[in-house]
Write a protein that binds this ligand. Structure first.
Ligand code: HEM
Length: 403
């Protein structure tokens, strides 16, 4: 499971992956079991090794060649019981269910254990190292670089940086993201870390509340994400000033400030991370909110397979047919993994917007920034604002409207 998840992480994209760790397929002598699986097959699977299941998946009986019911040793309907169970297990049985929900005809699937062990183990460790490591790096950065101060003399003049609607959308995105992050983490780590602390009863209440809040606040996040995209995408298209800004490392460790428009290259990276990862989290979140309705992993794996991603070193086959439950398992893992990556990025964003840089918070607080701050960090944008003011000068505040 881990391998495929890493594969998709590397390929960037929206939807995800995962397959148990693989080792050489053990060659089992099945003569003693008449071709059925052996203890070694079962143990190998429990060790997380991939066992070639074709000896089972292809042995599901052929009703047409079965001995007739009335014959000696005839079978009931053509397939024996083990054959029928294998057909159920590999999704080949012809099932009619009274419930016609999307997953009703999948009676057996075996992804659950792999999903559970990945969710309770490597996923939580990954989150711990990533978030802990990010906080540590930010602390080291703060100790080495200190607060980025406004270098020049403050002018006392203010420039409007963000309108009220932009700030409302930003704080809706930020507020909902923080709530979603906290309630999501409670849901993920609750069984392992919170039940031992508070006990089952208290955790049950907390878990039900978290789930309710998480499911409903997700809409605020998605709406704010769309608002932010529509309002800011035009300022976040890459251009040549970004290359210069990046070459100068944003001027963080050097003297002088590289010119930047409304958003510098660092902020554009934050913007696109929020949009791309936020969309990925939203789509997989919707898949979890409406179980079995949105299936995308098998299709994504097929596309990755088709572009040859599986030929890269260390990569193997990806599962291109998945039971509805497995689609849900991948959706949950991808949702959590991408969320943790975005949380780490947002830690850095919050740092620079608060303690990391003098004068930055005002942009989202009051919406107005000190002109000297703007000249140092967004000189080209200030020039644009000033040029517009010359074209359409503001009416003096005391002016009376024309009759
Ligand atoms: C308490 C937490 C947060 C604080 C203090 C904060 C602060 C700020 C500030 C001051 C700006 C304006 C920077 C400028 O004037 O150039 C900004 C911009 C932005 N914020 Fe936040 N923010 C927070 C959380 C978030 C969250 C959770 C998200 C998304 C999930 C987010 C997404 C953005 C984006 C996309 C921008 C524009 C790009 C950028 O400036 O980096 N913010 N934020």
């Amino acid at each position: 499971m881990l391998r495929a998840l890493i594969a998709l992480m590397l390929t960037l994209s929206f939807f995800s992956v995962a397959q148990a760790q693989e080792a050489e397929t053990p060659v089992s002598d099945r003569s003693a079991t008449g071709g059925a699986q052996t203890l070694e097959d079962i143990l190998a699977r429990q060790r997380g090794e991939e066992v070639d299941n074709s000896f089972r998946s292809e042995s599901i009986g052929d009703p047409d060649s079965a001995a007739g019911l009335a014959n000696q040793l005839g079978t009931l309907g053509g397939a024996s019981d083990p054959e029928l169970w294998r057909a159920l297990r590999f999704g080949e049985a012809n099932i009619t269910a009274s419930n016609n929900g999307p997953a009703a005809t999948t009676l057996v699937q075996d992804g659950g254990m792999r999903w559970l062990t990945f969710r309770q183990g490597p996923l939580i460790s990954f989150a711990g190292y990533l978030l802990g490591g990010t906080l540590l790096l930010l602390l080291i950065f703060f100790l080495v670089r200190g607060r980025i101060r406004i270098d020049g003399e403050k002018t006392g003049r203010k420039i409007e940086r963000f309108k009220a609607i932009e700030r409302i959308a930003h704080w809706m995105l930020a507020g909902s993201f923080i709530v979603l992050g906290l309630t999501g983490i409670i849901t993920l780590i609750g069984r392992k870390f919170l039940i031992p602390l508070f006990g089952h009863d208290a955790f049950a209440t907390l878990a039900i509340g978290s789930k309710w809040v998480h499911n409903n606040v997700s809409w605020a996040f998605m709406i704010a994400l769309v608002m932010i995209f529509v309002m800011w995408v035009i300022h976040n298209l890459p251009d040549r000033t970004d290359l210069h800004w990046l070459r100068k490392g944003g001027g963080i460790f050097s003297k002088g400030h590289p010119p930047a428009k409304k958003f510098n290259a660092g902020q554009k990276l934050i913007f696109w991370s929020v949009i791309v990862l936020g969309t990925s989290i939203s789509v997989t979140g919707l898949a979890l909110l409406f179980p079995f309705e949105i299936n995308m992993f098998a299709a994504t794996f097929s596309k990755l397979q088709a572009i040859g991603i599986t030929h890269l070193p260390g990569m193997g086959e990806l599962p291109t047919t998945l039971a509805p439950h497995e689609e849900m398992q991948y959706a949950q893992l991808w949702h959590a993994l991408v969320s943790f990556v975005l949380i780490a990025i947002i830690f850095a964003h919050i740092y620079i917007g608060t303690v990391g840089m003098e004068g930055a918070y005002d942009a989202m607080g009051s919406g107005e920034v000190e002109e000297q701050w703007a000249r140092e960090h967004h000189s080209l944008w200030v020039d644009e604002v000033k040029a517009k003011e010359v074209e359409t000068p503001k009416a003096p505040e005391s002016a009376t409207p024309a009759e």
